[in-house]
Design a binder for this molecule. Structure first.
Ligand SMILES: [Fe+2]
Ligand SMILES: [Fe+2]
Length: 194
């Protein structure tokens, strides 16, 4: 599917507010890639960014139904963190409804809510861009934006830490995939490598 058609289809799946967020994630992703001088095909970046929230505006019941159709095995943690579910369900839509086979794009959509071990550079870019796009405003976001232009793994860790602190303060359940993602980056020999 060419990008123009893809854009039209995704726009149809999202609320106006979510569509505007999606476009900001596209531009934030390109900005990060150019600042960090990472080589990823532009088409892949734009496709992943456009699709990342394709399941977000579906009601939870619909997301669960789609997970069933796609054969996505949900864990108890997925069910205890329903806000993260649109990542994996979105990845199912990307594969089964958009017919996309690129593993990096599928992974980037699946992991944009929690992160996960062995994230590709594209998955990290989408994860961070979603967190710091210009529409986001929370204490510390400016600092994250500066860090993200210099160091991708450091930025992924910082975004995760911000989320984890927020969840801890609220006493909320934490998805173990985010802990696994953080541990994976920390355990890497040199986490400053992209
Ligand atoms: Fe999302
Ligand atoms: Fe998003």
């Amino acid at each position: 599917m060419v990008l123009g058609e893809l854009k039209k289809e995704i726009k149809g799946l999202l609320s106006q507010k979510r569509w505007e967020h999606t476009l900001r994630v596209v531009s934030a992703s390109f900005e990060l890639i150019s600042c960090l001088q990472i080589e990823i095909e532009a088409n892949k970046v734009e496709t992943a960014a456009l699709l990342h929230d394709c399941a977000k505006d579906l009601p939870l019941g619909e997301q669960l139904k789609k997970a069933g159709y796609f054969g996505i095995v949900l864990t108890s943690s997925d069910l205890l963190c329903p806000k993260t579910l649109h990542g994996r369900v979105g990845a199912g839509i990307v594969q089964h409804e958009f017919g996309i086979v690129d593993a990096d794009i599928i992974q980037a959509v699946a992991l944009h809510t929690t992160g996960g071990p062995r994230m590709s550079p594209l998955a990290k870019i989408i994860f961070v861009a979603d967190y710091i796009e210009p529409g986001r405003s929370f204490p510390g976001v400016e600092k994250l934006r500066l860090l993200a232009k210099k160091e991708l793994n450091g930025a992924v860790l910082a975004c995760m830490e911000q989320t984890l602190l927020y969840l801890l303060q609220r006493g909320d359940f934490i998805h173990p995939r985010m802990i696994a993602a953080r541990n994976y980056i920390l355990a890497a020999e040199d986490y400053t490598l992209v």
